[in-house]
Write a protein that binds this ligand. Structure first.
Ligand SMILES: O=C(O)C(=O)C[C@H](O)C(=O)CO
Ligand SMILES: [Zn+2]
Length: 281
């Protein structure tokens, strides 16, 4: 099993004025998330979120992080959200087995010692996207089937942003210390997500874009202060870190989906500052 644990640092909004394309990608993009029988994680200094992919094929995979976090085991002072974007798999949580159908989610509370990931069939492997945030107490583990996600239809065809936001880990449904997580599915013919753009200085956010309609699909993810924006061109199954001070929105050359995850000062999903279009530069 190969384990990758990258670091991404926190920035001032002024920093991105000086970054060229390569540097911008090195600082904000996580290019390869799902590699066979690998765990690939990124630790961002933005609210210390850890996010990435766990892709078991023939092996059982477990995230082992102790010295790197100065703890005895990974979830000693953290909670974990999981969404399976691949085939059927399983989690074994401190010895108890939990089937994970395609699109299933799971919340693992602080204090759990072992989370083991596996695929049911190596030909149709599970792909577990995971996000972990610092925690201060245990809340109960919870299986989060896709059918139970809170579905919020948004947008319209005229604005090319017809989409459904599926909230898996949401404060109205369950307790967590910080983590909120879910995913957004754009309809065919729609390409803009979260437009008008918004900021939420109270929370940082990460995104993992996936389910691209064809290999040449690209999503252009926008970041920066509203009056000083940059973009990053993304291929399928790549992720980006968005600092609290940054807008985010994106446009694809086809429709697509993305998993978002947030943490920080509050758990109020609708606490967003919409940016008037006249302020974008
Ligand atoms: O398309 C959208 O709109 C979103 O998915 C918005 C994200 O969930 C978000 O940015 C929450 O703050
Ligand atoms: Zn947001």
């Amino acid at each position: 099993m190969k384990f990758t644990f990258d670091t991404r640092y926190a920035h001032s909004p002024k920093d991105i004025q000086h970054l060229d394309t390569t540097e911008l990608r090195e600082e904000f993009l996580m290019p390869d998330i799902f590699e066979p029988d690998e765990i690939r994680l990124t630790y961002t200094y933005n609210d210390r979120m850890i996010f990435g992919g766990v892709t078991p094929i023939d092996e059982l995979l477990e995230i082992v992080l102790d010295k790197a976090l100065g703890v005895d085991f990974f979830l000693q002072r953290r909670e974990l959200g999981i969404i399976n974007i691949g085939g059927a798999g399983k989690l074994t949580i401190d010895g108890e087995t939990q089937p994970m159908a395609p699109k299933d989610g799971y919340y693992v509370g602080m204090g759990v010692q072992h989370v083991v990931f596996s695929s049911d069939n190596p030909k149709t492997p599970a792909k577990f996207y995971v996000v972990s945030t610092p925690a201060h107490r245990n809340y109960p583990n919870k299986h989060l089937p896709f059918a139970n996600a809170l579905a919020k239809p948004m947008g319209d065809q005229t604005h090319m942003n017809k989409r459904t936001i599926y909230k898996y880990i949401d404060a109205s449904q369950m307790d967590t210390c910080q983590l909120q997580m879910g995913y957004t599915v754009l309809e065919p013919g729609s390409s803009w997500n979260t437009m008008p753009a918004h900021t939420h200085a109270r929370r940082m956010e990460t995104y993992m874009y996936f389910d691209f309609a064809d290999p040449d699909t690209r999503v252009f993810h926008y970041l920066g202060k509203p009056d000083e924006t940059r973009h990053i061109a993304l291929s399928n199954e790549q992720a980006v870190v968005n600092p609290s001070w940054s807008i985010h929105c994106g446009v694809g050359t086809t429709n697509y989906s993305f998993i978002w995850a947030m943490c920080g000062e509050n758990q109020t999903y609708d606490d967003m500052d919409q940016i008037p279009m006249s302020e974008l530069r």
